[in-house]
Write a protein that binds this ligand. Sequence first.
Ligand code: GRG
Length: 313
Amino acid sequence: ATAAASATTEFDFKSYMGSRAEAVNRALDAAIPAGEDPVSLHEAMRYALLAGGKRVRPALCLAACGVAGGREAWALAPAAAVEMVHTMSLVHDDLPCMDDDDLRRGKPTCHVVYGEPIAVLAGDALLSLAFHHMASVGSYPPDVDPDKHPARVVRAIGELARCIGSEGLVAGQVVDLEMTGTSEIVPLERLEYIHLHKTAALLEASVVIGAIIGGATDEQIERLRKYARSIGLLFQVVDDILDVTKSSEELGKTAGKDLASDKTTYPKLLGLDKSREFAEKLLSDAKEQLAGFDKEKAAPLLHLAYYIAHRQN
Ligand code: GRG
């Protein structure tokens, strides 16, 4: 905490995140015209996409482009694209045939407002719009080397595609669904599989895509990939810990709702102390991968890791 506090004085994380979120929100707003035919579809896409959200994935994408030596503006379209993929995965995750949730980002879910068929199709349309954005080579700023750029874009598109399907988000969701409703405790290895696929895969792709577009070397890309996998898992471990600690506070009990619920979590498998130790280990692994990069350029990624580790909600 001391290291995080002293580093915070040198880097204004809040204003970094605020300005990046603003730029990404502008790009997302411009990506889907309001009032265009079919109105219901475009409204549902805008509703899901512009409903808030921390914009962690786009920030990672922009920051990784910067640490690789690129201009963050080069990665704005890919940053918008990863948020579109994230949002569509939330829309589909909330459907009655999946998690059946009524609230998302503090608002009624997309299918509650627009109905299930439109919510499914809005998700599909967001997914394809994401790839349209990735492929919009012509919209990248002209100061990118025109010889190198198309190869980077193609590689980045492959990275995004891989993290979504049967090697990524969809795989994680399937295994998660298979585990839901069973009374058995999910083994640690299976829990990790779910998180690495459902959560870490897109965080990893966000970082790697930014790094590719920014011109990172293969060796740098692999280090940033490791950084992202660590923070991806960290994201979930912290989520599990908060679930226990927050509900304990709320209930004024020593054991929170999580320990009592059916869901398998890190605190349930490892206990709270060991889960916290694991979180610290993941944070230090992530930091280690940033060691070889220019300190100033790596500051946003370092602080994103601190943020994920120390967030309170
Ligand atoms: C991707 C084709 C395709 C289908 C969807 C439903 C599904 C397959 C996957 C589920 C993915 C899922 C819901 C993962 C959980 C991700 C997660 C950690 C969400 C919370 O992220 P935050 O905290 O949310 O960044 P905000 O609202 O801030 O953006």
